[in-house]
Design a protein around this ligand. Sequence first.
Ligand code: ZN
Length: 126
Amino acid sequence: MSRPQSRASRKVKFMKEAERMYEQLEDWYDKHPEASFGEIEVEARKRRRELMGKTIEQLVNGRDTGVQVEAPNCEQCGEAMKFEGYCPWGIHGLEGDSRLERAYYVCPHCEGQTLFPPGSETEVAR
Ligand SMILES: [Zn+2]
């Protein structure tokens, strides 16, 4: 899914999504050759929302998921925390639905000490 990745590879993924959307529209129009311009627009609009959700997801994920070069310290005991994984969360946006990811850390010594360092995806969610 996301993980840090280059701008070029994010773009490749976006281009694939855009291509897939266009192919779906071609297939749909093949099956509905009599469709009016308005009907084509309705079809395009449905797919636009899906595409925009994925576009924004791509734009945000992989850029900064909150992973830090140095692990943050535990608030309770001061020891370095351990990178545990990525936590997915969904945003129902104006232009589409996106699934973003946050890196999170846990303290190996203290029970229940979890930290989600801020990344760009928390900025956009505001
Ligand atoms: Zn601790």
